[in-house]
Design a protein around this ligand. Structure first.
Ligand SMILES: Cc1cc2nc3c(=O)[nH]c(=O)nc-3n(C[C@H](O)[C@H](O)[C@H](O)COP(=O)(O)O)c2cc1C
Length: 148
């Protein structure tokens, strides 16, 4: 069994719902998922002990939130090179933040990112059967990269 951290920021709860469904998918794949708000992660040592990382942030003003930007500087100090990774975002019309986070995880941290790219869901779809399944499948996909 491998351990995956799903860390997110959410202002009105939509990205938080996605995080919960992604964690379900990881568990359905037989692995351990830990859900944390990024505000609960005080320093880079809090990122130790996981085999995979999935980070999520809603899009506001066509950008990540400042909290997520600060978190990504913190995460840079943890050695995530080669670890499994994914990113996600809730949005209404443009949805840039998932791809921005994914890009940092791939090119700066040099993580082993899912071939799916970031999971971006319009907020009205998150509670639908398709939305829940998309999140669960994303968690399964990242966890499915673990061998054994
Ligand atoms: C002031 C404001 C700005 C927003 N800007 C964007 C945006 O640029 N692009 C977009 O796709 N959604 C935008 N949204 C919509 C949010 O991304 C969407 O409501 C999201 O589901 C919120 O997620 P959360 O509940 O996790 O905070 C904006 C919402 C607000 C209130």
């Amino acid at each position: 069994m491998h351990k995956v951290l799903v860390a997110y920021i959410s202002r009105t709860g939509m990205t938080e719902k996605m995080a919960g469904f992604i964690a379900e998918g990881i568990r359905l794949a037989g692995h351990e998922a830990t859900l944390k708000k990024i505000s609960e992660i005080g320093n880079e040592n809090d990122l130790n002990g996981y085999d995979g990382y999935i980070f999520g942030c809603p899009t506001y003003h066509r950008d990540m939130t400042s909290g997520m930007k600060n978190f990504l500087f913190l995460a840079q100090k943890a050695n995530l090179t080669g670890k499994m990774g994914g990113a996600f975002c809730s949005y209404t019309h443009s949805g840039e933040s998932g791809a921005m986070i994914f890009d940092t995880m791939q090119h700066v941290y040099k993580m082993d990112m899912t071939d799916l790219g970031a999971l971006n869901l319009k907020e009205h779809a998150i509670d639908s059967q398709e939305g829940i399944k998309a999140c669960q499948d994303y968690g399964k996909e990242v966890a499915g990269k673990f061998k054994g």
